[in-house]
Design a protein around this ligand. Structure first.
Ligand code: CMP
Length: 137
């Protein structure tokens, strides 16, 4: 089933020079296509929309501050089971719990600075794509 998903390479991934490595892992998957891509500095307004479900959680303020701390790569990836697939490539939220071979398992240690975001459902993907790429249908 062809799907699309919204992926963010977080400021830690950009600062550490891991953009090529992470994009390569996504591009290497058979039949997946990056259909939109941009490097940008995110402002508080867009982050508040994106992380609306986390408002009020203990990690929320530090998360927004971190996500605004440097440029982020925003992308839309399309292809076969890409929603589940990018989340499998990323590994679980906590990088220490993530298996070696996954992006977080290979490069992460800190829960907040876990390198990538990927939409968790088709509904989230459509909501998030509208926030970051309002121009694409
Ligand atoms: P992600 O799953 O992309 O979106 C929510 C983000 O909040 C998550 O990645 C982490 O960056 C951050 N996060 C989630 N749980 C915690 C936590 N317990 N402590 C700090 N940051 C967290």
């Amino acid at each position: 089933m062809s799907q699309r998903t919204l992926v963010l390479l977080k400021p830690d991934a950009v600062r550490r020079g891991l953009v090529g490595e992470i994009l390569g892992r996504i591009e290497n998957k058979a039949g997946w296509t990056i259909s939109a891509l941009e490097l940008r500095q995110l402002g508080r307004e867009v982050l508040e929309q994106h992380y609306a479900e986390h408002v009020g959680k203990p990690f929320y303020e530090a998360l927004v501050e971190f996500m605004a701390s440097g440029p982020v790569v925003t992308l839309v990836v399309e292809g076969e089971r890409v929603i589940e697939g990018v989340r499998a490539l990323a590994g679980p939220t906590d990088p220490i719990a993530a298996a070696p071979g996954s992006i977080r398992g290979d490069f992460g240690t800190i829960v907040r600075e876990n390198l990538v975001h990927a939409s968790d459902s088709a509904e989230s993907a459509e909501r998030e794509i509208k926030i970051f790429f309002p121009g694409i249908a």
